[in-house]
Design a protein. Sequence first.
Length: 331
Amino acid sequence: MFLLILLVLLILVAATTYGARERKFTALYVGEGLEPPAGLFAMKTSGPVDIFLFHQSKNLRFDSRYFDTPCRVMNLLQRRCHTPITDKKKLAESMGKFMPKRSGFAASDGPVILKRVGGKYCHGRGIEIFSTYAEAEHAAPIDEPWVIEELIQNILLCEGRKFHVRAYLYIDDKRNWALCDYADLILADVKYSAAVTGADPKIFISTNNSDYCRELGSGKFTRAFSGEASPFDATDFFRQANVICEKLPDLFEPTCYENAERCYEVFGCDFLVTAEERVVLLEINDIVGYEPVANKRGDPAWLRSMRKKKNDVFRQKFYAWLLQQPVFKWL
């Protein structure tokens, strides 16, 4: 009798486990970008749904028409609540230990970057370089927000170019967080030069050219000043990046929109790696939290094809990681 009861229980457990594995969440996807791989969700055209996936593109990100979609889980936190980490000035005040210095420079310190803050200032726009903090402060606009930060010159280079690492950070309404183990190197247009006087800042500061985007750890790495070869240790990068990111959920109150039972958001964290292989947080993005490579008007077919293949690889890895996060286990 005991063996019969045990057998029945084992069958029930197996059936439940199988059913859980086979279940597809109903999902509503809005936008054009990193849509889920085919077959991953049971897609719908309207709510209510298990998961509302809202592509974080610049055109849609602040369109409030979508925020009242009935759903169990939404992939957005209320925008107003995460300003403490997406506003560069506020983030620097909270995370000075892990970011380039942005206050208290001596008059002789330099060079420094004066960076205007706002949605229109990206991809190298709104950047000026000055020899000292005092010069930058004197030139700062009075009608726009701005930050002054240390220009870290002795950095690690990839193929002779400056780069930043775009990593993907999950934070949910219970302050659970996780850093995706897949990240990209975003390289500058041209070879790096440590000589900054009179140079166009876009030449060596801007690292937002997706034509030079590659997986973390791939490529030949050298130290900027000495030219010495340096191994890029992806494991050590993630160790340092996780130490930084564990501080972030405590800096703001993750809040859901009204018609979502639970919510989360994936942010794009940009890191710099110094010649000493110290990881430095540069900024956190909420408009494009995840979309590693975007096509541009006039791009040739071969480049679009290459990007599509890269996006397909990223899509598979990204959603495999995302579905392991606490909010989906809650579902």
